[in-house]
Design a protein around this ligand. Structure first.
Ligand SMILES: Nc1ncnc2c1ncn2[C@@H]1O[C@H](COP(=O)(O)OP(=O)(O)OP(=O)(O)O)[C@@H](O)[C@H]1O
Ligand SMILES: [Mg+2]
Length: 794
């Protein structure tokens, strides 16, 4: 079992009549090679030092035939490859030791054929036996000569890569550690013969250099690969295995000096030695459990074999050696390397792959099937025209629009016909809400300075400035007001202030710009109107009682920080804007509000009419089409049966055709009429919508003016805090009539938007809008106060 967990090594002795029995002996189990040598026999110094080596390998192939070698070394490997394991067989050894003979064999002699043709034969035999698997065999063959890779099959016409012999091959590593030679041509082999053709084609392309030792010496590393792609025929899934069997014929491992070569041959030898040295380093690194880095990339050979030596791959090496005394040194060297190879652990494993293309095909098939099922269900349930396709950009935009309308209460329904749309509705809700949140945050930031409650210095500064805050930074104003029943003791009001207020209340003229001739007269909404309203007795109190007015100012700040629902129950404080707005609609603004509602209901009924008309128009169109078709049929019939012409030369038509013609005429008339009507109503709706918008704006404007007139106290001092939190004893300047300050159209737009948002009823939103509104007011007031000051001095 320990054999299974490491690279296997077999030593093959090249047959020779000069086998040195003196130097080489085998143990009886046929696995141990003992080598005895006398060091430096030829040297002048008498040195009879005996050297002994003992190499235990997985098997000794001495005088073994090619088919014996195949059975011992490669047969199981080939079968493993078909099961899905990657397998590699390397032939290593000095020049002329029989690597090429082992791997490829003597191509001119069938009996001496090597491991490649035998593996090919076994592969196709096995494929035929495995009828439950669809197996695809591909062949690739390349060599590494002087650190350059050459595709030995690029000369084939069906080769996909450039047909030049020196087309560039590069090694690409996959995420899973697999290695792929980019640019290497892969050739589909449908049978043994085709696969063998590739082998022979590659053989003729191998770079061969004449050499002192062996005229057929291969000066390159050659890698022949059988790629297996296998998929179960019985299981209908996209799972498949992709494995490969590499048969590697390495270049000779002999030392340079010995062959006496120079020039090109020397350079070749240098490259070969270098790559084999790195192969050795890689092998040592692989055998070392503690090594993390394996120097695969040092040479093309090790890089190309990265996923083919050790690891998940069944790896076997044949150490080709000479049994002659003269080659003892090389033999020892080769067997040393072989022993290092044997220390490399392997854990063969099958990697299953999923064909993405097949997976897509399978899924598409399933989707198609489900769609058909859905269609059938829909037909049975009388639902038609439901699309299950992906939503288009415009459909998504439409859903976004509907969601916005829904949030603005402009619609109560969102059109959803399938799950996809439903999901999109939720997604768009999230988008819109995220957008709104961001918008609110931005607006807050642009208008307010947020106070960090943990900043004690800032808190003290605010407390000094007269803002009632507790140690935690919570605002105390309104809650204490509730607790103390008006907070008179806390903030006694100076008489000065009271008188100042009184004179302002009585003395300032109240102007209001005319709003619209069609709307109630502006005078109706003045202070008189306010006083007459039951809900506004509190305002009267506030204006006649200075102590209360202090409280009121505080609350205007409290409104900024928190919305106090109870405030309307306290006559001394202004109601929150939403409450005031409700009252305003019932009282001072009732006329505008009534007009607004009238317009709205008018708009609504017009919309209904459009809806009905559109239906009618469509129905008529449908009938016209039907009648037209019936008429055409009728006319065709007449043409076919032969026309009947009277004395005047007029074509005579039958009653039925006449009826159809009349009907068509009437229908067309109805269609034209309805269509015209539809257009009219549509333009009316357009207009109505504008009216509603205008009324809404005016209602808000009116309300704003009224609200500020009624509840807001102004202070012209430069201190930004003083406008809302008057200190006791500070004299209030003249109160301004805000209606006189022209508002830009942008402001109106702002208000309209504010109203829309207020109507959403979101408390936080209201608080925010109130706060925003106050800051805006303050700015306008300060501006106005600055303008008004010289006049006051006079
Ligand atoms: N087991 C064997 N039986 C018969 N002939 C062999 C055997 N091994 C090698 N030979 C012969 O020895 C010669 C050299 O062998 P081969 O070409 O396989 O050597 P090599 O290891 O590939 O050398 P190089 O590294 O130079 O490519 C060839 O003519 C081959 O036919
Ligand atoms: Mg060779």
């Amino acid at each position: 079992s320990s054999n299974k967990k490491r690279v296997k090594v077999y030593a093959r002795f090249r047959p020779t009549s000069k086998f040195s029995h003196d130097n080489i002996s085998f143990d009886k189990d046929g696995k141990v090679i003992n080598i005895h040598a006398r060091k430096n026999v030829s040297s002048e110094v008498v040195n009879n030092q005996l050297l002994n080596w003992s190499f235990r390998v997985d098997g000794i192939l001495h005088n073994a035939s090619q088919d014996q070698v195949y059975d011992t070394v490669a047969s199981d490997m080939t079968l493993n490859t078909l099961e899905g394991f990657n397998s590699t067989l390397l032939a290593y050894g000095q020049t002329g030791a029989g690597k090429t003979f082992t791997i490829t064999g003597a191509t001119e002699n069938y009996k001496h054929r090597g491991l490649i043709p035998r593996a090919i034969a076994q592969v196709f035999r096995s494929v035929e036996e495995r009828s439950d698997h669809a197996v695809q065999i591909q062949i690739s063959y390349f060599e590494i000569y002087n650190e350059t890779m050459f595709d030995l099959l690029s000369t084939l016409p069906e080769s996909e890569t450039a047909s030049t012999y020196d087309s560039k091959l590069t090694i690409v590593e996959g995420e899973d550690g697999s290695v792929c030679i980019k640019g290497l041509s892969m050739h589909q082999a449908n049978n043994e013969g085709e696969a063998l053709n590739y082998l022979f084609e590659g053989e003729t392309n191998r770079a061969i250099a004449s050499h002192a030792l062996n005229k057929n010496s291969s000066r390159s590393h050659c890698i022949f690969t059988i790629h297996v792609r296998s998929k179960s025929r019985t299981e209908s899934n996209a799972k498949y295995i992709h494995s490969k069997l590499n048969l590697v014929d390495l270049a000779g491992s002999e030392r340079i000096g010995k062959t006496g070569s120079d020039g090109l041959i020397k350079r070749e030898a240098m490259y070969i030695n270098k790559s084999l040295t790195f192969l050795e380093q890689t092998v040592i690194a692989l055998a070392d459990k503690n090594r993390e880095h394996i120097p695969f990339r040092q040479t093309k050979l090790t890089h190309a074999l990265k996923d083919s030596i050790g690891g998940k791959c069944f790896t076997t090496m044949i150490a080709n050696v000479y049994g002659e005394a003269s080659q003892l040194e090389e033999t020892v060297s080769t067997l040393r390397f072989a022993l290092r190879m044997m220390r490399i652990p392997v854990q063969p494993a099958i990697t299953e792959h999923y064909d993405p293309w097949l997976l897509v095909q399978e899924m598409e098939k399933e989707i198609m099937h489900l769609k058909q099922e859905l269609e059938m269900n829909n037909t049975l349930a009388n639902r038609s025209q439901i699309s299950y396709d992906m939503l288009s950009e415009s459909q998504i935009a439409d859903i976004n629009k509907q969601v916005r309308m829904y949030l603005q209460r402009k619609t109560t329904e969102i059109d959803v016909r399938n799950l996809r749309q439903m999901n999109m509705v939720f997604e768009q809700f999230r988008n819109v809400i995220t957008e709104m949140e961001q918008d609110i945050k931005d607006r807050f930031r642009s208008k307010f300075v947020l106070l960090d409650k943990s900043d004690s210095e800032a808190l003290i500064a605010l407390q000094k400035a007269g803002i009632p805050l507790d140690e935690d930074g919570n605002y105390l104003g309104s809650t204490q007001a509730a607790a103390h029943g008006g907070g008179k003791q806390k903030h006694p009001t100076s008489p000065k202030r009271r008188s100042g207020k009184k004179s302002r209340a009585g003395g300032s003229p109240t102007h209001r710009a005319p709003i619209s001739p069609s709307l109630p007269a502006p005078g109706d909404h003045g202070p008189k109107g306010i006083k007459s309203g039951a809900a506004h007795s509190q305002v009267v109190t506030a204006q006649t009682d200075g102590a209360e007015s202090t409280k009121k100012d505080e609350c205007s700040v409290s409104g900024e920080l928190l919305v106090d629902d109870r405030s309307h129950s306290r006559p001394s404080t202004p109601p929150p804007r939403p409450v005031a707005f409700e009252n305003f609609k019932k009282e001072q603004g009732c006329e505008i509000y009534r007009i607004l509602n009238e317009n709205k209901s008018h708009l609504q009924s017009k919309k209904q009419i459009v809806h009905n008309l559109a239906h009618a128009v469509n129905a008529t169109k449908h009938m016209i089409d039907g009648t037209r078709m019936a008429l055409e049929r009728k006319q065709n019939e007449r043409y076919e049966q032969g026309e009947f012409v009277n004395e005047e030369g007029e074509t005579v038509i039958d009653e039925e055709e006449f009826q159809l013609i009349t009907q068509l005429k009437n229908l067309k008339q109805t269609y034209r009429h309805d269509y015209e009507e539809l257009r009219n109503v549509k333009s009316e709706i357009d207009y109505c919508q504008k009216l509603v918008k205008q009324c809404t704006q005016r209602l808000v404007l009116e309300f704003d003016n009224w609200y500020s007139e009624s509840y807001m106290q102004k202070n012209g001092e430069a201190n930004p805090l003083s406008w809302s939190v008057p200190k006791p004893g500070v004299q209030h300047p003249m109160r301004l009539q805000l209606a006189n300050i022209p508002l830009s159209s942008e402001d109106e737009q702002d208000k309209f938007q504010r109203l829309q948002e207020t109507m959403l009823g979101d408390q936080e939103e209201i608080a925010f809008q109130n706060a925003r509104m106050r800051v805006h007011r303050r700015k306008v007031n300060e501006q106005a106060m600055n303008q008004a000051q010289p006049a006051r001095r006079l």
